[in-house]
Design a protein around this ligand. Structure first.
Ligand SMILES: Cc1cc2nc3c(=O)[nH]c(=O)nc-3n(C[C@H](O)[C@H](O)[C@H](O)COP(=O)(O)OP(=O)(O)OC[C@H]3O[C@@H](n4cnc5c(N)ncnc54)[C@H](O)[C@@H]3O)c2cc1C
Length: 258
């Protein structure tokens, strides 16, 4: 366990700034990755100098809102190839919200304006094992991290999705153990399933815990590790990627308070 308070070689979250750029892209393909996930391939010469230094980076997408204004929402660059001029985004297909509605109705040939990433948080240090926990919205970042890991760093994932057909396979050189929790989208703010799975989960030395989910769920998970497993906060990064019942809401660091 990495709960020794004397331990000083904590991982470091290094903030890298990128020049903030807006890009105008074409939708090349729209496909249904799983029942609740829509994959959109974007293309364009604007992607020539696109950069994303960390799997949990985000871009802003600009989509029409119901009142005619432009809504901005955060999405993860799931995969990108600057030479091919291609960027993949995965959208959770949830009811309500301009971003989800855009993804449900967009067609090849449509355009999308994006901004960023304006920064990356690169996690470095003596990480011996990754534990990645989240819901559907975290799957793009989790998938990307699992795929980008080297063979010498094992990874465990614990992800809540509506059903078995929403599970995803990731190709990786790393040793990957995947745990899937099933609950409906309406119950995506219920942390119980994930917390129950964490109860007996082994925590090898120097495990870095990364969490992204509905804000209340992310907070419950962080509190569990701090209070029940006595993991130092430096080994945990937990974000609320959305807030149940609130539009355009996220919580960068869900904090440790009760
Ligand atoms: C750093 C970061 C990276 C992200 N990456 C991704 C990503 O790659 N793919 C992705 O799909 N999402 C991602 N998200 C989450 C996404 O930004 C939010 O889900 C966003 O609220 C969706 O916008 P919307 O316009 O569809 O809905 P909003 O207008 O924001 O919300 C409308 C209603 O829908 C609810 N809602 C929002 N999201 C969900 C959901 N996932 N399930 C059920 N109800 C929901 C809200 O609570 C609200 O009641 C990310 C968020 C952050 C902070």
């Amino acid at each position: 366990m990495n709960s020794d308070p004397a331990q000083t070689d904590f991982p470091v979250i290094q903030r890298v700034r990128h020049e903030l750029r807006r890009r105008s892209l074409d939708v090349r393909t729209v496909s249904r990755l799983t029942p609740h996930m829509i994959r959109i391939t974007l293309t364009g010469t604007d992607l020539a100098d696109f950069t994303s230094a960390s799997p949990d980076d985000h871009i802003k997408i600009f989509v029409p809102d119901a009142d005619g204004s432009i809504a901005r929402r955060d999405y993860t660059p799931r995969r990108y190839d600057t030479q091919a001029g291609e960027l993949l985004l995965d959208f959770v297909d949830h009811p309500g919200g301009p971003a989800a509605s855009w993804a449900q109705t967009v067609r090849p040939g449509d355009r999308l304006n994006i901004g960023g990433p304006k920064g990356s948080q690169v996690i470095t240090g003596a990480i011996g094992h990754w534990l990645l926990i989240g819901d559907e919205t975290a799957l793009p970042a989790i998938g990307r991290r699992v795929e980008e890991l080297s063979p010498d760093t094992p990874v465990t994932t614990v992800v809540a999705v509506p059903g078995p057909e929403d599970e995803q396979n990731f190709e990786t050189l790393s040793h990957h153990i995947a745990h899937w929790i099933h609950r409906s989208l309406e119950h995506a703010d219920d942390a119980c399933g994930i917390l129950a799975r964490l109860e007996n989960l082994e925590m090898p030395e120097n495990t870095f815990i990364w969490v992204a989910a509905e804000a209340g769920v992310a907070k419950a998970i962080k509190q569990y590790f701090l209070q029940e497993r006595h993991i130092p906060a430096q080994w945990i990064k937990a974000s609320g990627y959305w807030v149940k019942g609130v539009s355009d809401a996220s919580v960068k660091d869900v904090g440790a308070g009760a």
